[in-house]
Structure formats: structure tokens, C-alpha cells
Design a protein around this ligand. Structure first.
Ligand code: NAD
Ligand code: G6P
Ligand code: MN
Length: 451
């Protein structure tokens, strides 16, 4: 049983490997393979991965580190993808270029997300094609590579038969924070309903052991004027400390504050934190520093900690527990693989073709909804129609994302301009054009040519 990680040099690789190794028996895993285009980066990350497998967990799992696609994919059972096409250097541009024009600058939302999408669509198709060619015919690709919404739409259009499930860790990160805020220790007993697009959705119910937790949660958020656990709030220093959730650090703070601000106006549902970028565009731009964005924070924290930690290990043979991030992100993808492999029918949120699940959204929309996962993939639950407010927001976002996929396939400047103009984060077509033109320059060599 072989699991191949594409983007082996990712800051998340050690955490994912740890989650896999901790589930060795359920997964029946014998070998983990790392594949990346950046040899220097992956070789370094592999050092700590080897330490986790051999020394920390004494897992007995074989590690293969490769730069050869055939070696990476041959006979793989699972391919976990987490590539960042253009790496942090271009994430920085995705965030800074829109801000320069007074628009939200974000990794996966608005113009930044559209730009990242145009970079990622074709590399993702290559992953699918290599898996088809070399991996076991029963393989599954579990994809975290962002922007997952645009990537999943491209998969639907370009590779409709691909054995791929696109996923996101934000809803479970939100549930982690909800559990901590409401002092629920056994979060596995939380069941929730959710609908939307990736990074663009709403929780409609959150139940714990059969009890509706929404009223308590709403009271909590209104009282604290933020969705963060009281323990973090009491000790602000802990926000920067080692034990907190990574989503609570740096500029993520505004994101959790935004949950309160959104719910103060729209109290019926718990919004995905990403809705802040569409509902508080102006405020986001106001509190952003266009010279220092989340990409900089990540390079100065998660990336630096990991690579400094690896250098330290190579010198001293000691690894500190804070060097790499481990937790829900890796658990989620590893648990999904268990559900597929062992046909457990466990419930997960996945990004999948609507096919009538939400009756008043297009049949072919890639929606993020709960599904039961077994060996044949997701079995989705039918939902009620969504309210007009959310439907309107979703349609605008959905069509913007569909247009960027069409722009990539047709090499169409016109469609790209429509996608940028349609984004709710962009105030006018002229601004859309200015951002798009700057993005074309910044993404030379990564984007398909737009005519
Ligand atoms: P990172 O830059 O540390 O790692 C990404 C790795 O991908 C790099 O080592 C890079 O060399 C490699 N890469 C780039 N293009 C590649 C290609 N074509 N083939 C193989 N490898 C390639 O980034 P990170 O912050 O660790 O994030 C990794 C990815 O996971 C990003 O796409 C990020 O957006 C995504 N992510 C998604 C979720 C989610 O909810 N879906 C959650 C967290 C991270
Ligand atoms: C969440 C989202 C991911 C996103 C990540 C960014 O986990 O679900 O899609 O990539 O946040 O986190 P970062 O720490 O890199 O800003
Ligand atoms: Mn996500």
C-alpha cells in the first residue's frame, strides 16, 4: 500500500506524514513517497519526515524521496496533492498586486485566487494524467492544492472521469475552534450541515450529541465579539505561542473577528471565515499592509520554523515539537483515505458536482457539501434550496470561477477579464483590467497565454 505526496516539500508534509503514520494499521500503509519539483526544498523536508517515521514513531513505513514521476506514481494507491504552483513568491504577488489597486489580496479569494487558479489548472491535470498512467487503477487522488474551487471545476470540465476528491481543511478548522470555544473535548461527536462553494459556504446546523449548539455558539460569539476560545482571548500572548491553532495567528485574527461581524448582521448561519473577503472587502483593504501580507507572515513563521528546525536537527540531532505543524489538516486527509479504503461511509465535507443536491444551484456547480465516503467515492445528501441572499452570492462567485477555467482552456483574455470583473472583491471593470494586466506580467511562464 503506497501513498504518494505531490508537493513533498510543502510545509504541511511532516504533519500529513505524521497523521498517516499514526493510522498505519487502518491504512495498511507500507510506503510513503514524496515527489516535488524543488529538490533542495524536498530533500530538507524529507529529513524531518524520516525522523518522524523512523525515530519519533518507529513506524516501519518505507520512505522514498523522488523527482522522477514514474517512480513517484507507479502502483500508488493514494496520491495526496498539495502543490503550490509558483510557491510563496507568487502567493505574495497574488496578495500584493490586488491590494496595490485597492482590492482584496488573498491566496484563494478574489483576483489572487483567480491568478493562482490560472497557474494551477494545468499542473493539476498532469497529476491526474500521471496517476492514470502509472498508479493502481483503483487509485484515489485526494487534493488539497489550492485554489480548490477552481481546481475542482477544471477537473470536472477537463478530466470528468478522474478519480479525484478535492478537499479543504477550513470547515474542520472552524469546528476545532467552535469545540474549543464551547469547551467540547470530544469533537468527533459534533455533526454539522453545510453548503456552499469552497471557501464560500455556511454551516446551517452544528449538533453535539444530538443537541443543537447554534444558539449557544451564537451567544458565545456575540458576547466575545469574536469566534476564538476564551482561553486564547485571556492570554493574548498565547495567540503567538506554540499551543494554539495555526489559524489563530497573525492576520488570521481578523478572520475570526469577521465571523462576529458577519453574524451580527446575518445571524441565522455560521459563515465560513473566507466570506469575510467578499462581505467586508473595503475593511479588509483598510486593515491590510500592502507591503506585508499573509505570504510574508507564513514565510516568517511556518516556513522559517520548519527549515530552521531542520537545520538545527542536522546540527544537534534534536527536533523540537514546534518545528512542524501537525493536527487536523493531516488527520482530515488521512481519515478520508481510510474511509475510501475501508468503505466506512464516514461523513466528510467534500467538493463535488452538485447534480441536484442543492436544487436551486446549477447541476454542474462544484459545491462543498457533506457526503458519506465509501470505496466508490462520495455519496452526497440532498439539501433544501438555499436562500436568495446566499444563492445570489454563490452564483456570482461560481460564474467568476467557471469563467477563469474557460479562460485557461480557451486562452481567452476576454473571459479572464469577465472573471476578474465578476468577482465581488473588485469595484469596477477598469480596476479588474488593471489588476489582470499586472497579473499577466507577474505570472509569465506560469499562465497559459491569454489572447
Ligand atoms: P509550500 O510552498 O510550502 O509547498 C508547496 C510545494 O509544492 C513546494 O515544495 C513546491 O516546490 C511544490 N510544487 C509546486 N509546483 C509543483 C508541481 N507542479 N509539482 C510538484 N510539486 C510542486 O506551500 P504550503 O503552504 O505548504 O501549501 C501547500 C499547498 O496546500 C498549497 O496549494 C496550499 O494552498 C494548499 N493548502 C490547501 C488547504 C486546503 O484547505 N485545501 C489547506 C492548507 C494548504
Ligand atoms: C486554510 C484554508 C486553506 C489555505 C490555508 C492558508 O487552511 O482551508 O485552503 O491554504 O488556510 O493558511 P496560511 O497559514 O498558509 O495562510
Ligand atoms: Mn481550504
Amino acid at each position: 500500500m503506497i501513498i504518494t505526496i505531490i508537493g513533498g516539500g510543502s510545509t504541511f508534509t511532516p504533519g500529513i506524514v505524521k497523521s498517516i503514520a499514526l493510522r498505519k494499521e487502518e491504512l495498511g500503509v507500507d510506503e510513503i513517497r514524496l515527489f516535488d519539483l524543488d529538490k533542495e526544498r524536498q530533500d530538507k523536508v524529507a529529513v524531518v519526515v524520516k525522523w518522524i517515521l523512523d525515530e519519533e514513531l518507529k513506524s516501519g513505513i518505507k520512505l522514498t524521496v523522488t523527482y522522477d514521476v514514474e517512480e513517484a506514481y507507479t502502483d500508488a494507491d493514494f496520491i495526496f496533492a498539495q502543490m503550490r504552483v509558483g510557491k510563496y513568491a507568487l502567493r505574495e504577488q497574488d496578495e500584493k498586486i490586488p491590494l496595490k489597486h485597492g482590492c482584496v489580496g488573498q491566496e484563494t479569494c478574489g483576483c489572487g485566487g483567480l491568478a493562482y487558479g490560472l497557474r494551477t489548472i494545468f499542473p493539476m491535470m498532469e497529476v491526474i494524467d500521471y496517476a492514470e498512467k502509472y498508479a493502481k487503477s483503483s487509485h484515489w487522488i485526494l487534493n488539497y492544492s489550492n485554489p480548490a474551487s477552481i481546481v475542482s471545476e477544471a477537473c470536472r470540465v477537463l478530466r470528468p472521469k478522474a478519480r479525484i476528491i478535492n478537499i479543504c481543511d477550513m470547515p474542520i478548522a472552524i469546528i476545532d475552534v467552535v469545540a474549543a470555544a464551547l469547551e467540547i473535548k470530544d469533537k468527533e461527536n459534533i455533526v454539522y450541515d453545510y453548503y456552499g462553494l469552497n471557501h464560500f459556504g455556511w454551516f446551517t446546523s452544528i449538533e453535539y450529541k444530538g443537541e443543537d449548539m447554534m444558539p449557544k455558539l451564537r451567544d458565545y460569539i456575540m458576547e466575545h465579539e469574536i469566534l476564538l476560545p476564551a482561553a486564547y482571548l485571556k492570554d493574548k500572548a498565547a495567540l503567538a505561542g506554540k499551543k494554539t491553532n495555526r489559524h489563530t495567528k497573525g492576520s488570521w485574527y481578523y478572520v475570526w473577528k469577521g465571523v462576529y461581524e458577519i453574524m451580527a448582521n446575518f445571524p441565522d448561519t455560521l459563515p465560513n471565515t473566507y466570506l469575510n473577503y467578499y462581505l467586508q472587502q473595503k475593511e479588509f483593504v483598510e486593515h491590510s499592509d500592502p507591503t506585508h501580507t499573509r505570504a510574508n507572515e507564513v514565510m516568517e513563521s511556518r516556513e522559517k520554523n520548519l527549515f530552521d528546525g531542520i537545520d538545527e536537527y542536522l546540527k544537534t540531532g534534536e527536533v523540537k515539537e514546534t518545528v512542524f505543524y501537525a493536527g487536523s489538516h493531516g488527520d482530515w486527509i488521512a481519515d478520508l483515505a481510510i474511509a475510501l479504503k475501508n468503505d466506512t461511509k464516514a461523513r466528510f465535507l467534500v467538493i463535488t458536482e452538485n447534480k441536484g443536491c442543492i436544487p436551486n444551484l446549477p447541476y454542474d456547480a462544484m459545491v462543498e457539501v457533506p457526503a458519506y465516503i465509501g470505496k466508490n467515492g462520495p455519496e452526497v445528501l440532498t439539501q433544501d434550496p438555499v436562500p436568495l441572499f446566499q444563492q445570489g452570492l454563490i452564483m456570482q462567485q461560481l460564474n467568476s470561477e467557471k469563467l477563469i477555467v474557460q479562460a485557461a482552456i480557451e486562452g481567452s483574455y476576454q473571459k479572464a477579464l469577465e472573471a476578474f470583473t465578476l468577482s465581488k472583491t473588485v469595484p469596477s471593470m477598469n480596476v479588474a483590467k488593471a489588476v489582470l494586466d499586472d497579473m499577466i506580467e507577474a505570472n509569465k511562464g506560469y499562465w497559459p497565454e491569454l489572447k
